[in-house]
Design a protein around this ligand. Structure first.
Ligand SMILES: [Zn+2]
Length: 118
């Protein structure tokens, strides 16, 4: 009986209500059986989960910082190397863009290597 319930749950994308154990639609905001407002359970369930969320938040911040840094350096480089005037502005814009394009995968690599050695 229990197994049959679980099979059905998978097929209809139901989850077991955290509070009463009845099947609840994954997207349901409240449980139709017991009225629980968190049928999927607390968002943060364990210290391990908390740690993972903290690492992800740090990774997001690093992504923004590294990308901004690369874009800024690119813009600076373009402004210095540019011919001056309007052309210099376009060169700065171009190198800023190149910097951002390089910065995203660079931050991504940093994030992966950090999560491996953490
Ligand atoms: Zn319930």
């Amino acid at each position: 009986m229990r197994q049959a319930q679980q099979r059905q749950a998978r097929r209809q994308e139901l989850i077991d209500c955290h509070d009463c154990g009845n099947g609840v639609s994954f997207s349901a905001v409240t449980c139709p059986h017991c009225g629980s407002t968190e049928p999927a359970g607390p968002v943060v369930q364990s210290r391990r989960e908390l740690r993972r969320l903290r690492i992800e938040a740090a990774n997001d911040r690093r992504l923004v910082v590294v990308t901004t840094l690369c874009a800024g350096l690119g813009t600076l480089y373009g402004a210095v190397m540019g011919a001056g005037g309007l052309a210099s502005g376009w060169t700065a814009l171009f190198y800023g863009f190149v910097g951002a394009v390089i910065g995203v995968p660079a931050a991504f690599v940093i994030n992966i290597s950090r999560s491996l050695f953490d």
